[in-house]
Ligand binder design. Structure first.
Ligand SMILES: [Zn+2]
Length: 261
């Protein structure tokens, strides 16, 4: 299995990253995309990626919309550092980036500009992206359209948007990734979305250490819990867990390991 979105560098779990990666591997999770949130945690991502590449950890560097306010958008420091990290690690992706219209203050223009700039940097280095989007799907689509889609692919992580948008997102080059939110019994919209995703664009993720799935031992989520999400996705789709494990792993490897060999 491939956990296509997690944060092993997060302070809540980083000290146990070795145990967490080993437990994930024992549970059959052999790929993990470790996503950064802002320049402040990119060093942590790099350290964990270097220490546990053999355990399947792939790095992603990006500025999350929560931290848009911390970035001097017109200064070049963050963009230079991001570019330098991508140049230095041919297997690194760009993430977590995106738009979030539930934060306060929202700073919509700033978020949009930061997101669009990071898409351009990803494209310049030929990298896939991991995208966060909450309550901002209209703007998201217009930025992706303006960008001409995702030339090197990417995923909408922990998808919570309307099922109606799946076709256009897929047409723009997106994979769609589902998290533990599909274990929520009231997740009708997510179930409908899951069924609309073409099998070659479907991904699963934990978003560890957040989004602890129902039925998992806490206090924090970790990639070893991915089978809970896999099993639920398989149940919703009426397929075997084995088949969904195989195809989501293939999709994850094609998207996030394309530069790793
Ligand atoms: Zn995340």
């Amino acid at each position: 299995m491939f956990d296509t979105h997690c944060h092993l560098q997060d302070d809540r779990i980083s000290a146990k990253a070795g145990d967490i990666v080993a437990a994930a591997n024992r549970a059959g999770v052999t790929g993990m995309l470790c996503c950064g949130s802002s320049a402040a945690d990119w060093g942590g991502v790099e350290r964990i990626g270097a220490a546990y590449a053999g355990g399947g950890v792939v790095c992603a560097y990006g500025v999350h919309p929560f931290y848009a306010g911390s970035v001097d958008i017109d200064g070049n420091n963050w963009a230079d550092e991001l570019s330098g990290r991508l140049a230095g690690d041919p297997s690194a992706a760009v993430g977590e980036i995106g738009l979030d219209h539930t934060v306060s203050p929202r700073g919509d223009d700033r978020q949009a500009e930061l997101f669009a700039r990071q898409l351009k940097i990803a494209e310049r280095y030929g990298r896939p992206v991991s995208i966060h989007c909450r309550k901002a799907f209209g703007v998201m689509l217009s930025i992706l359209r303006d960008n001409g889609g995702l030339k090197f692919g990417g995923a909408l992580h922990s998808y919570g948007g309307p099922p109606d948008l799946i076709d256009e997102l897929v047409g723009l080059g997106c994979h769609i990734s589902f998290s533990g939110s599909i274990l929520n019994p009231n997740g009708k919209r997510a179930f409908a979305s899951l069924k609309k995703v073409p099998v070659n664009r479907l991904l699963i993720e934990t978003d560890s250490p957040g989004l602890l799935p129902r039925g998992a031992a806490g206090p924090f989520n970790e990639p070893a819990n991915l089978s809970l999400i896999l099993n639920r996705a398989a149940e919703i789709l009426g397929e075997s867990s084995r088949k969904i494990a195989e195809l989501t792993n293939e999709n994850g490897c094609r998207l996030y390991r394309q530069n790793s060999y």
